[in-house]
Design a protein around this ligand. Structure first.
Ligand code: SF4
Ligand code: SF4
Length: 83
């Protein structure tokens, strides 16, 4: 298992402006009522943290991940399909 860092949204201050979505290099953020981070795609780069005008994003320890050679086949197909 590998511990990774990911972005976390403060739902009490996020205004759903969408600025972080535009700048995320991995496409890990979507905005519904507030911004939502896909922990399977976020690589913890911090670009969104710098972009957020309300300081609603921080980088935190994320869920533990399996090494890439131990991922289930459907996850490997999913990640290979991303550009
Ligand atoms: S940039 Fe900040 S305020 Fe705007 S949607 Fe993203 S987290 Fe929310
Ligand atoms: S830390 Fe990087 S990869 Fe993760 S949501 Fe923010 S901009 Fe996207």
């Amino acid at each position: 298992m590998t511990v990774v860092m990911i972005a976390k949204v403060d739902e009490s201050t996020c205004t759903a402006c969408g600025d972080c979505v535009d700048d995320c290099p991995t496409g890990a953020i979507k905005v519904d009522v507030v911004a939502v981070i896909n922990a399977n795609i976020c690589d913890g780069c911090g670009v969104c943290v710098a972009r957020c005008p309300t300081e609603s994003l921080t980088i935190v320890e994320g869920p533990k991940r399996l090494p890439s050679d131990q991922l289930p086949p459907f996850i490997i197909r999913y990640t290979e399909g991303r550009s």
